[in-house]
Structure formats: structure tokens, C-alpha cells
Ligand binder design. Structure first.
Ligand SMILES: Nc1nc2c(ncn2[C@@H]2O[C@H](COP(=O)(O)OP(=O)(O)O)[C@@H](O)[C@H]2O)c(=O)[nH]1
Ligand SMILES: [Mg+2]
Length: 333
């Protein structure tokens, strides 16, 4: 979905860049450089730091981040600008060996992102290096090479000693023919400006794909649901976060400038409902408070958030649930 021509700070269905700290467009159009625009797919194992990198490149939190694997479920696009280039970063679910229908649809979405991109960035973790999971990704890249060049970003360099990085760079260069190798820390911002500048130069010449103030191609209802899912994932233990989903059912702009958001948390079992609610409802209350605070800051207005928990044994096999997540149900078949 592209929200063209809407220039308000936060339009109802799209997320816009709030404070414009870039020169106005008439200044940019006076320069000689031609406009460029394209897609960069971020791929890698779960937890490599793809969503953290996307958020850093965009300069806002548009993709949720937790320390747990498989947090990102769908393809999320974040829009960054560097000089005359508009770079659309496509965050993907991690690549791993899928078991459930949801897993298969997530992995399909990730590879789909890579096949449409102008540049593919493979993120790996510096401290873990060339794992079996990374090897499996390289095998697939060799068997079905994307049309786009593949660059390597060794992430979390803040976690690994320098001498290890040199060895790892060499090992990776021998394992695959990368167009370029970058060492970064998505969290701390080391090396990310260089990566962004390099990517900007690689974008094909052509008009921008989004209005200059749009930062994400993600409906606000989904961003709001993702925010709540992030807080649930952070609070709940073990497998439970993978067994629930959140949907925004109501979005009401109020005359006083605030917004009322109604969401449903779907869980697969009665027992899970109790855990999500917590004793005396304290878990869901804390989740709601944290999500409301984030949303309020993001939307820059007062938010009233209402959460309901519903048991839906078969939600993992329901087409509608997949569609709400932005996934293709058939991919999981
Ligand atoms: N130390 C460190 N942690 C990072 C870095 N980048 C991401 N992380 C952490 O790694 C975890 C997974 O990040 P996330 O972006 O969700 O990974 P994804 O699954 O690939 O999207 C989170 O706890 C992040 O805070 C980094 O550069 N350094
Ligand atoms: Mg992610």
C-alpha cells in the first residue's frame, strides 16, 4: 500500500516521517544528482539484528525488536533517505528450518523479499559467525541466486573481539562471493552510515517510490498490533509468544485529538488465556500500559488502548489470521 499525496504527520493508515530534518525538496531538486530509488532486502537467521538495522536506517521504530527469535512475522518496509536516494528496506522474518504452517509462510515471505530486491543484505552475528543456519542460507543463495547483488553485514561487532572479525571476514569471503562486506553494530550505529551510503549509490535511477515524508509501508493498525505483540513477547516465557497473535479490530479518532484502539489477543488454549491475563489481570494490564506508552509517543497523541484475550484453538490454521499479519496463507501449505 502506498499512501501518496498525504502530507499530514500521521495519516490514518500510513506511517510518516515526523520531524523533517532534511533540506526541503526544492533544494534537492536544484542539485544535479538524479533521483534514485529501490529495495534492499534484509535477510538472515532469526535474531541477527535485521529489525534493529531497519529501525536505525529509517530513524524510527517501525519494526518490533526483542531478544527472542522469530519476532518478525511478515515483510515490513521502512523507507530511508540518503542524498538523492530513497532506500526501501524490507525487513523479513528470519530464515530457519520451518515446521509449522506459520513458519513456512514466514520463511516464504523472507525469500520473496530477497527475490524482488535491488540489493540483498545478509546479516550475520559477529560472535556466532558461520553457523549451520548461515551455511544453509548460503547454499540456497548459490542454488537460486537472486538477481540482485548480495552484500554481507557482520552485525553486533560490539560483541566480538577485533581479531575474531578478521578471521570471520576471510571465512565468509571464501564461503560466498559477496559484492561487499560491512562490519556494523545495528544497535550502536557503528558502520551503519557507510552501509547506507553504499546502498544509496546502488539504487537504480528513477523517481522516488514513496512521498518523502513516509517512513513505513505498514498500516498503522498493524503497527499498533505489532507493538502490543512486542510487549507480550517480552513479558511471556518460552513458547507462548509464538502461539499468539494480535489484531487491531477498532480504531476510532476522537474529537479531542486522542485515539481509541481496540485489539484482540488470540491464543490457542484456555490455559494460555490465563497466563496472558496474569494474576488479577496484572500481566495484560502491564502489557497494555507499555504498548499504550509506545503508541502514544509514536502517534504523538493520547491513546486509549483496550485489549481483549480470546481463545481460538485453530488460529494457526486460519487464513484470516495470516492475512492480518500480511502473510500468504498458501505459502504455508
Ligand atoms: N549487542 C548488540 N545487540 C544487537 C545488535 N543488533 C541487534 N541486537 C539485539 O539482537 C536481538 C535481536 O534483534 P532483532 O533486530 O529483533 O533481530 P531479527 O530477528 O534479525 O530482526 C535484540 O535483542 C537486539 O537488541 C548489535 O549491533 N549489538
Ligand atoms: Mg526481526
Amino acid at each position: 500500500m502506498v499512501c501518496r499525496g498525504i502530507k499530514t504527520k500521521v495519516a490514518r493508515d500510513c506511517v510518516f516521517r515526523s520531524d523533517l530534518d532534511r533540506p526541503p525538496s526544492y533544494l534537492r531538486s536544484m542539485t544535479q544528482t538524479p533521483a534514485r530509488a529501490g529495495f534492499v532486502a534484509l535477510i538472515g537467521e532469526p535474531n541477527a539484528g535485521k529489525s534493529t538495522l531497519l529501525n536505525r536506517m529509517v530513524g524510527a521504530k517501525v519494526s518490533i525488536v526483542t531478544h527472542k527469535v522469530q519476532t518478525t512475522r511478515a515483510r515490513i518496509r521502512g523507507v530511508a533517505i540518503e542524498g538523492a536516494s530513497q532506500i526501501v528496506f524490507v525487513d523479513t522474518p528470519g530464515l530457519f528450518r520451518p515446521r509449522r504452517r506459520l513458519d513456512r509462510a514466514m520463511v516464504a515471505a523472507a525469500w520473496g523479499g530477497a527475490s524482488d530486491a535491488d540489493v540483498v543484505v545478509l546479516l550475520i552475528e559477529a560472535q556466532r559467525g558461520l553457523t549451520d543456519g548461515v551455511r544453509a542460507i548460503l547454499d540456497r543463495l548459490r542454488d537460486e541466486p537472486p538477481k540482485a547483488p548480495v552484500v554481507l553485514a557482520i552485525n553486533k561487532i560490539d560483541r566480538a573481539p577485533r581479531d575474531r572479525l578478521l578471521g570471520l571476514t576471510q571465512e565468509m569471503a571464501e564461503a560466498f562471493d559477496f559484492a561487499e562486506v560491512f562490519m556494523i553494530s545495528a544497535e550502536k550505529g557503528y558502520g551503519t552510515d557507510d552501509l547506507k551510503a553504499w546502498l544509496a549509490g546502488r539504487m537504480p535511477e528513477g523517481p522516488w517510490l514513496y512521498p518523502e515524508d513516509q517512513i513505513a509501508d505498514l498500516p498503522l493498525r498493524m503497527l499498533a498490533a505489532e507493538t502490543t505483540r512486542e510487549k507480550l513477547t517480552l513479558r511471556l516465557h518460552q513458547e507462548l509468544p509464538y502461539q499468539l497473535t494480535v489484531e487491531t479490530e477498532g480504531w476510532e479518532e476522537r474529537a479531542d485529538g486522542s485515539v481509541r484502539i481496540d485489539q484482540v489477543v488470540y491464543v490457542a488454549r484456555e490455559g494460555h488465556r490465563g497466563i496472558v491475563l496474569g494474576r488479577g489481570g496484572e500481566t495484560i494490564k502491564a502489557v497494555g500500559k507499555a504498548a499504550r506508552e509506545d503508541l502514544s509517543e509514536f502517534l504523538d497523541r493520547k491513546v486509549h488502548l483496550f485489549l481483549q484475550v480470546k481463545v481460538r484453538e485453530k488460529w494457526l490454521d486460519e487464513r484470516a489470521r495470516f492475512e492480518a499479519m500480511g502473510l500468504d496463507f498458501r505459502d504455508g501449505g
